[in-house]
Write a protein that binds this ligand. Structure first.
Ligand SMILES: Nc1ncnc2c1ncn2[C@@H]1O[C@H](COP(=O)(O)OP(=O)(O)OP(=O)(O)O)[C@@H](O)[C@H]1O
Ligand SMILES: [Mg+2]
Length: 407
């Protein structure tokens, strides 16, 4: 028999534990991706190069356009923001007006939006000065130019994740990319320098040669961090994020190794540590151990897969389920399985040709894998299998009302 009062209510237990301060974190904000650490390790050379390329500003001359690239999580955004911050601080009360502007193309859905972001930073604050919709791109552009000329500003436009800009730039806007890199030539007063940052190493090859030649007047490449460098970056972050001595040395080593060996990606390392810390804390563990890192890695992988799965339209989802149900089958058999699922969910089936094409598209993302099978005189066919855990698929698709009953 359970005596009332002896068994703690689960909500109370959690709240009590939280109130009694049994937390492993001192300041978890420090592990958030927007946090700017004071200490930037192993990037002296890159910080110097970025600063050097902007030094003409202090001498009242226009810096060259600059293209910065390197793999994800190699400190590009951090270094550029740091340098901009320092320069802006110095010229705050100078007589020579310098304006450093930053926008991330990945965060914008349109080119218009990106230009408005810059416009606002240039002081075009009101809707009248720069409305959020309605103008032509070239008119928005003219207003930016006019704002620079009006105050004879010396500006630096940083377009982070500039490869996304290429996607925002539709056919009509194609010239804008060109205009942006050559904007300085249009200015009668003031100056404009463009800094593009990209982690897509193929980005350069895809650029129009004219755009490339003006964007990459200068170039800086960020190399991947080594496992040891990641370890030192993590060690600094741990000091600020966790209470002393709660991250096991072996856990730190594993975290650095997992993110360093494969990608040299500091963001992934920091994320992994944060998730591991949260798992450990939820379990009321006294320390973050290797096992927490391993489980954090699995969880992050699964979250990534879930997001990918959820982002598919309905028929792709049905097809993934068909592959799951007829795992390792030929295209023809999977098509049958797909047709059955369409019947059950009362959806109009797509043609086999379209479905075959969709299979190839999904295969490219790695969620399913295909293998060509030679059948002698019967030619060849392709067999498909799911590469993920079926449970992950079920969990992800349960949220889709049409698929709910199938699962
Ligand atoms: N040298 C470093 N010292 C301390 N922290 C670092 C260092 N390099 C990167 N970080 C941290 O790692 C994370 C990723 O860095 P950052 O955002 O600068 O990468 P990035 O190169 O811009 O990546 P992406 O191409 O994906 O945008 C950030 O949280 C940043 O604070
Ligand atoms: Mg970045």
């Amino acid at each position: 028999m359970v005596v009332c009062g002896l068994v703690k209510d689960p909500i109370d237990k959690l709240l009590d534990d939280a109130a009694s301060g049994k937390s492993l974190f001192k300041n978890r904000e420090v592990l958030h991706f927007t946090f700017m650490p004071d200490l930037v390790l192993h990037r002296d050379d890159e910080q110097k190069k970025v600063t050097q390329s902007l030094i003409p500003l202090l001498k009242r001359a226009r810096p060259s356009n600059l293209l910065i690239y390197g793999k994800p999580g190699t400190g590009k955004t951090l270094v550029v923001k740091k340098v901009l911050g320092k320069i802006q601080e110095r010229v705050k009360d100078g007589s020579f007006p310098i304006q450093l502007l930053y926008a991330n193309a990945k965060e914008e859905t349109t080119l218009y939006g990106l230009l408005v972001k810059f416009g606002r930073q240039l002081g075009l604050a009101s809707q009248k000065e720069l409305p959020t919709t309605g103008l032509s791109i070239s008119e928005v552009f003219n207003r930016l130019i006019a704002a620079i000329e009006k105050n004879t500003l010396n500006t630096v436009f940083v377009v982070d994740e500039i490869d996304y800009l290429a996607e925002l730039v539709s056919k009509t806007g194609k010239d804008v990319f060109y205009s942006l890199t050559r904007a300085n030539e249009r200015l009668k007063k003031g100056s404009l320098t463009l800094i593009g940052i990209s982690n897509d190493l193929t980005f350069k090859e895809r650029l129009d040669p004219r755009v490339l030649s003006s964007l990459s007047e200068e170039e800086i490449v960020f190399t991947n961090y080594t496992v040891n460098q990641i370890k030192e970056i993590l060690t600094e972050r741990i000091k600020e994020a966790f209470i002393p001595n709660v991250v096991d040395q072996a856990a730190l080593n594993l975290c650095a190794a997992m993110s360093g060996q494969e990608h040299g990606d500091a963001r992934r390392a920091i994320d992994l540590l944060r998730v591991a810390g949260e798992i450990a804390e939820r379990e009321q563990a006294d320390m973050v151990k290797e096992d927490h890192i391993r489980r954090a890695s699995l969880k992050m992988e699964e979250d990534k897969e879930t997001t990918a799965l959820n982002s598919y339209p309905l028929h792709e989802k049905l097809l993934i389920l068909a592959v799951m149900k007829a795992n390792g089958s030929t295209t023809g058999e999977i098509y049958q399985s797909y047709k059955n699922l369409c019947k059950t969910t009362r959806q109009k089936e797509l043609t086999q040709r379209r479905v075959t094409q969709m299979l190839s598209e999904i295969e490219m993302t790695g969620l399913i894998s295909g293998k060509i099978i030679h059948q002698g005189m019967h030619g060849r066919t392709k067999k498909f299998a799911l590469t993920l855990n079926p449970e992950t698929v079920k969990k992800a698709f349960k949220e889709d009302l049409v698929l709910e009953d199938l699962l």
